[in-house]
Design a protein around this ligand. Structure first.
Ligand code: FPP
Ligand code: MG
Length: 304
């Protein structure tokens, strides 16, 4: 696995994450060789596996990880990969996970069609499972698409930003936690609490992602930096810096520094992490609790 900094939650989930990774690496049956090549390419390096980790931890918070949780964890990671392949087309990104993006290698056609193919695999794999998962998964994908729509077509504001990141990022993490809660045999209240944990983790994750885009090290992140500014995407630190701004003509990075855009955005991500930790209070006695707290801390301290 390509984790730069090995964390407790990775160690805690090691065997199960390995099973998820092996499942993801199983190339789906296809008559088109090129699809196989792209599939191998995108699954070669597995990344941080945050969504599978959320799912497995939720299952462990309420019960045990069975085969169904492994399959669901592979499904959420495939949705994530598909969304990244499409997102890289929208953002004209050239690098992800330290390698050329699918769109860079196979063009818009390749990226678009491969993302569609992955979603077809998700729906195929889901059809083998209990139908109660399908509704949650399809609702989440729908909301992710809506989030991207809002981001690209609606006027930016702090309010809109929070709505967008809830939909494009936090919803998939909420889904992961909820699927894990169900697969682990949780009750309705577990679904709510663990969903809340995933949602708040997701909000903090995307804010930190947007901070890293501005000030992170491209080599460590494995993707292009300052992409948001270059493409005119107004993320939280920028929106904070521009609040009440009447065109001083100052460079945006100086404004962000002067108005403490990064610090303010980071403070909000800390607030989300605090809420995430609070949501899992009832699981303090479970062995998964410490790993869930560690994952929450990792979201704030990560550099990639
Ligand atoms: C990354 O944002 C984008 C997302 C988390 C969501 C992308 C969602 C879609 C394209 C719609 C759903 C599509 C499918 C196929 C399910 P970012 O650009 O800020 O992050 P980055 O820096 O990692 O690119
Ligand atoms: Mg992007």
């Amino acid at each position: 696995m390509s984790f730069r900094t090995r964390r407790y939650f990775h160690a805690f989930l090691e065997e199960d994450l390995k099973r998820v990774e092996d499942r993801i690496k199983e190339v789906p049956e296809t008559r088109v060789e090129l699809i196989e090549s792209i599939y191998r390419y995108v699954t070669e390096s597995v990344g941080k596996m945050i969504r599978p980790a959320l799912l497995l931890l939720a299952a462990k918070a309420v019960g045990e990880v069975e085969e169904e949780a492994i399959e669901l964890a592979a499904i959420v990671e495939l949705i994530h990969i598909a969304s990244m392949v499409h997102d890289d087309i929208l953002d004209e990104a050239t690098t992800r996970r330290s390698r050329p993006t699918v769109v860079r290698k196979w063009g818009i056609e390749g990226g678009l069609l491969f993302g569609d193919f992955l979603i077809s695999i998700v729906s195929h794999n889901l059809s083998d499972l209990n139908p109660r998962y399908t509704k949650l998964v399809s609702k989440a994908i729908k909301r992710m698409c809506e989030g991207e729509f809002i981001e690209f077509f609606y006027p930016p504001s702090v309010h809109t930003y929070l709505k967008v990141i809830r939909q494009k990022t936090a919803i998939l993490m909420t889904l992961a936690s909820q699927l894990g809660a169900i697969a682990g045999g949780g009750r309705a209240e577990d679904l709510i609490r663990l969903g809340r944990y995933g949602m708040n983790i997701g909000m903090a994750f995307q804010i930190v992602d947007d901070i890293l885009d501005l000030v992170g090290d491209e080599e460590i992140m494995g993707k292009d930096g300052k992409r948001d500014i270059k493409s005119g995407k107004l993320t939280l630190p920028v929106l904070y810096a521009l609040e009440g701004e009447v065109g001083s003509g100052k460079d945006i990075m100086s404004l962000i520094e002067e108005r403490k855009g990064i610090e303010k955005a980071y403070a909000l991500s800390e607030e989300f992490v605090r809420k995430a930790k609070k949501a899992i209070d009832p699981y303090k006695e479970r062995p998964a609790w410490e790993a869930m707290m560690d994952l929450a801390d990792y979201i704030l301290s990560r550099d990639s």
